[in-house]
Design a protein around this ligand. Structure first.
Ligand SMILES: [Zn+2]
Length: 93
């Protein structure tokens, strides 16, 4: 399998944290995806589904879990299981 390895870094995709709206390079943000199996944190960046990006700030994860920001971004309603999953998946300080 060939991965599309580029000889030069031409264009760094910039993503925005859905909570604090801070822009960062793709790697600095974690992608949360709504899949058919529920909410998943996508470390590979390859999961299909509607995604939202969260930065590594604990505050943003807390707000993502306790507000409806992610619901809106992912056009879903997070279940208690989803929130618990995010609690586990959140970056450890
Ligand atoms: Zn943030």
């Amino acid at each position: 399998m060939t991965t599309g390895q580029q000889p030069r870094a031409r264009h760094i995709p910039v993503r925005t944290c859905v909570v604090c709206r801070e822009k960062a390079g793709k790697r600095a943000l974690m992608r949360v995806v709504r899949t058919e199996q529920g909410i998943q944190v996508d470390s590979s960046g390859k999961l299909n589904g509607r995604g939202a990006y969260l930065c590594e700030r604990e505050n943003c994860w807390e707000r993502a879990m306790t507000s409806d920001i992610l619901n809106k971004a992912l056009r879903t309603i997070l279940t208690a299981e989803d929130r618990e999953y995010l609690r586990q998946a959140k970056p450890k300080p």
